[in-house]
Design a protein around this ligand. Structure first.
Ligand SMILES: NC(=O)c1ccc[n+]([C@@H]2O[C@H](COP(=O)([O-])OP(=O)(O)OC[C@H]3O[C@@H](n4cnc5c(N)ncnc54)[C@H](O)[C@@H]3O)[C@@H](O)[C@H]2O)c1
Length: 257
């Protein structure tokens, strides 16, 4: 029960890393506000939590839409009176080299992955400032620290999130709000399955290739990231501020040849 009596707002919690984190946080005693664009998958996450006697509600919102996010935060505060932890997890992929990229697709990736972190933060932070406590976790990626082929738009967004995390931390440290970033390597989720289909003729072969660039020799699992988020969410990480936390199977710092 490492999150007993804590209230968490988790964006993009209908699938992959967000869903796995929602289930883990509920098991650890948190009340989980499950957000997703997709009501079906978001509601499924809530049903799974309730089945295990956890506490959760679903609030549908598009993290790129200011009114929708504002209304989500108001509903959450009406229900639970506080938000202790905000996990800005929702995100989408973006493939292609810069000169080939479709401009609408580029703008969408910027909007979801950057404004989708800015907007929930903007509306939750005033409540955390009043509480004089909070933990914000921003989803970056190890791609913020390394070049990877055909990922121009996506890497731009995740680098921006790392910079934003540090800047937010400086502004809100005086309110006892901590802001840290998670940088996963390749984690096997529907997001990666889609990316593989879009980018490779033979996705199975691509998985084998990706495995070799991680020292672990395996892709990560959503729960590997959920456990890292649990640490950042809990007071156990109270001395971590503005930090990148790598959950990447050794892809950034290790080279085996
Ligand atoms: N899977 C990986 O290898 C990996 C690696 C590094 C970082 N990440 C990041 O982790 C996060 C989660 O990725 P995942 O692999 O679990 O993806 P996923 O596709 O399984 O889940 C993402 C969820 O976000 C939701 N979402 C998308 N746009 C939204 C919007 N506008 N408003 C609200 N919800 C929205 C989707 O409906 C989906 O349920 C993303 O930010 C991703 O960039 C993933």
């Amino acid at each position: 029960m490492r999150l007993r009596d804590k209230v968490i707002l988790l964006t993009g919690a209908g699938s992959g890393i967000g869903k796995s984190t929602a289930l883990l946080f509920a098991k650890e005693g948190a009340s989980v506000i499950v957000n997703d664009l997709d009501p079906e998958s978001g509601n499924d996450t809530v049903v799974e939590i309730l089945k295990e006697n956890g506490e959760a509600i679903f609030i549908q919102a598009d993290v790129t839409d200011a009114e929708s996010v504002k209304s989500m935060v108001n509903k959450a505060i009406n229900q639970y009176k506080r938000i202790d932890i905000l996990f800005n997890n929702a995100g989408i992929s973006g493939v292609g080299k810069l000169h080939e990229v479709d401009i609408d697709a580029w703008n969408k990736t910027m909007n979801v992955n950057i404004n989708g972190v800015m907007l929930p933060s903007k509306f939750v932070i005033p409540h955390m400032m009043k509480q004089k406590k909070g933990s914000i976790i921003n989803m970056s990626s190890c791609i913020a620290e390394m070049g990877l082929a055909n990922r121009a738009s996506y890497s731009t967004t995740k680098g921006a999130i790392l910079a934003l995390t540090k800047s937010m931390q400086v502004d809100y440290a005086r309110y006892n709000i901590r802001v840290n970033a998670i940088l996963p390597g390749t984690i096997f989720t529907p997001f990666v399955e889609n990316y593989l289909k879009q980018s490779y003729e033979n996705p199975e072969e691509a998985i084998e290739q990706i495995k070799t660039r991680q020292l672990s020799g395996e892709l990560g699992k959503p729960e590997d990231v959920a456990y890292a988020a649990l640490f950042l969410a809990s007071d156990e990480s109270k001395f971590m501020m503005g930090s990148p936390l790598y959950i990447d199977g050794g892809v950034v710092f290790g080279k085996d040849a």
